[in-house]
Design a protein around this ligand. Structure first.
Ligand code: F6R
Length: 618
């Protein structure tokens, strides 16, 4: 939520900042801004004092770029910038970051929420400060101003002591044109190390073009960046010798590479993501879960499992519950992380907590993890982003290594999450007698075939696009599934509504008669997930009930099932596989249906309204 990039070096700051912001636009895109410090001689005639120069705009970064083109910055080698997802205050120019102090000398950009900003703001106003925006952020600039006694670092230290909440901050001041300060609590912030240049950013893609050497700033740490040095220390002042990581991914990973949208590119990456996971995690029939952090004895001692996650990752957890219970017999609870804390969950030392998150920065998931740990539970993270907050707080990490996911709607991360849950279930099943060894081996064999089956489905994507287009006029969709594919129905509905804005409900098909059937008429489309399985006949009955009420049906069925055509208006086929594995396969046509409908409706697929990629506020 919100993206930050700052630069200090020898190059012109503004183009680097704008370019970096575009890579972070997935984090928020309702307004943006760049602030730089100009300094130096005025044509060699007389020294000109440094001053800050700001350009801010509402809407997407393109607007900001056009503004800067029409009113270019003067020369400047230091600056900070921000793309916003509004929390406090409307998404307009005034509330866009950077924010400044009364004198317009200090500039700050912020990701997170300052929870006590109202009393701070009221007190600052009483002391004569002019606060012009509705944001929680602006108070920080004024607090720094108030505490500035000739040492910017100390002023920042004193100011942040007064803050409650979460923040990643980047700060510059025209009185210190050779210094860029970064500080974090709760919200992610990284430092990029270059040659005679250094960077601060919310996430790696923003600076990947310039450096692969990264310091992941920890909570309660600050950094002072000069063009040729970086000093990291705890808020209290104690110096830190930071670990420098070298990130592996290439620029291709954060570019569209000819695809119309990141979402489509990421959908196409899924077979490779799965193949890579299988290669590294399955040696013969043995599941290798490096990072799990549990001994064989601890694995045997697990009495129950709690899966916690938000949104799409929560749906992955719901699939995981079916799979783990069926393969291991271990009771599993699944909670939306935002609810977990409030229901006083029964968790103890024998509970394995599995927190699932693409970003590893989702505030509710992190809060749920802290709650679970406080009750003695052991926490394993299934996470995509290396070094994220979740991975640092968990006792063990299973990285999905799906590569950067830029499209706001999660696709490859979801598939990687459920694949990892299958692997976890297979690993745990080796210690239990819930399924026969031969059956377990058959699942492993079929699991290994999934990447190839994905490629088969992708060959038919044009046919899926035609079906999607034909149904894009429906004003309301219902997604129905049973058993392992009930969560698939939830996920299919979520994908559609978030990128096309069409109201869509996911339901267990058996529940349809208990209410949603009232929705059915000739103006509703119903996606029925009905691959061959033990609940197939029941799905067919549901489809007959829908047809009897004139509802229009898109069925997702197993290749070769000709009979289903009699009950559906359109059929999308997936290859035959073990019924337990079908959520992995049906995810793909569901993503494609949502994608092509959204494109047909002219929606902004990669940056749907009101959404942001990672939700770092509760
Ligand atoms: C939907 C989507 C969100 C995320 C949710 C959790 O397409 O992407 O629902 O799944 O915000 O995010 P992570 O996985 O980063 O914790």
């Amino acid at each position: 939520m919100c993206g930050i990039i700052g630069y200090i070096g020898e190059k012109q700051a503004a183009p680097i900042l704008i370019d970096g912001l575009k890579k972070l636009e997935y984090r928020g895109y309702d307004s943006s801004g760049v602030g730089v410090i100009s300094s130096g001689p005025n044509g060699g005639m007389r020294p000109v004092p440094s001053k800050v120069i700001l350009r801010k705009s509402h809407g997407k970064i393109q607007n900001l770029e056009e503004l800067i083109k029409s009113r270019p910055f003067p020369e400047s080698c230091i600056g900070i910038s921000h793309t916003r997802w509004a929390t406090h205050g409307a998404p307009n120019r005034v509330n866009a970051h950077p924010h400044s102090d009364c004198e317009g000398k200090i500039l700050i950009v912020h990701n997170g929420i300052i929870e006590n900003y109202e009393p701070l703001r009221d007190a600052l106003r009483k002391r004569g400060h002019r606060i012009v925006s509705d944001t929680d952020t602006e108070v920080v600039a004024h607090l720094i101003e108030e505490n500035n006694r000739g040492d910017l670092v100390q002023a920042v230290q004193k100011a942040i002591k007064q803050l409650d909440g979460a923040f990643a901050l980047a700060i510059i001041s025209s009185d210190y044109p050779d210094t860029l300060i970064a500080a974090r609590v709760g919200s992610p912030l990284i430092i990029g190390l270059g040659k005679n240049e250094n960077f601060v950013a919310s996430d790696v893609p923003a600076i990947l073009e310039h450096t692969k050497k990264i310091i992941y700033l920890k909570d309660q740490q600050m950094a002072v960046l000069k063009k040729d040095s970086v000093r990291v220390f705890w808020f209290g002042g104690k110096a830190v010798k930071p670990k420098v990581d070298v990130v592996k991914f290439h620029m291709d990973a954060v570019q569209k590479q000819g695809y119309a949208h990141f979402m489509l590119k990421e959908i196409h990456e899924q077979p490779d993501v799965l193949a890579q996971m299988i290669k590294s995690r399955l040696k013969g029939n043995q599941v290798i879960l490096d990072g799990f952090g549990l001994t064989e004895a601890q694995l045997k001692g697990i009495k129950n499992i709690a899966l916690i996650a938000c949104g799409t990752a929560y749906h992955a957890g719901l699939v995981g519950r079916y799979v783990i219970e069926k393969l291991t017999g271990i009771p599993v609870m699944v909670d939306a992380a935002s609810e977990f804390r409030y229901r006083d969950p029964i968790v103890d030392k024998s509970t394995l907590i599995v927190a699932i998150s693409q970003s590893g920065e989702t505030a509710d998931t992190l809060a749920a993890v802290r709650e679970a740990k406080s009750k003695g539970g052991k926490v394993i993270a299934i996470c995509n982003v290396v070094g994220s907050s979740l991975t640092r707080e968990a006792d063990g990490v299973l990285y999905t290594h799906a590569g950067p996911e830029i499209g706001v709607a999660s696709t490859k991360a979801y598939v990687a999450q459920i694949a990892m849950l299958y692997l976890m279930a297979l690993k745990l099943s080796a210690h239990r007698k819930k399924i026969a060894a031969r059956a377990r081996l058959r699942i492993i064999r079929d699991f290994k075939r999934v990447p190839a089956l994905y490629k088969d489905i992708l060959k038919h994507k044009n046919a899926i696009a035609v079906i999607a287009r034909k149904n894009s006029h429906f004003g309301c969709f219902l997604f129905l599934g049973r058993n392992v594919n009930y969560p698939s129905a939830l996920e299919g509905a979520l994908k559609l509504k978030e990128i096309s804005y069409i109201p869509a409900e996911g339901y267990p098909a058996g529940e349809m008669k208990h209410g949603p059937i009232a929705l059915i008429d000739e103006y509703r489309a119903v996606v029925c997930i009905a691959p061959q399985s033990e609940v197939y006949e029941k799905m067919i009955s549901n489809m007959q009930e829908i047809r009897a009420r004139k509802g229009k049906i898109i069925a997702i069925a197993t290749e070769g099932d000709q009979a289903i055509k009699a009950h559906a208006n359109h059929v999308v086929y997936i290859p035959k596989t073990n019924s337990l594995l079908t959520p992995l396969l049906v995810a793909l046509p569901l993503q494609l249906i949502a994608y092509y409908i959204a494109v047909q409706l002219g929606c902004d697929v990669d940056q749907p309204r009101n959404l942001a990629k990672s939700v770092t506020v509760e």
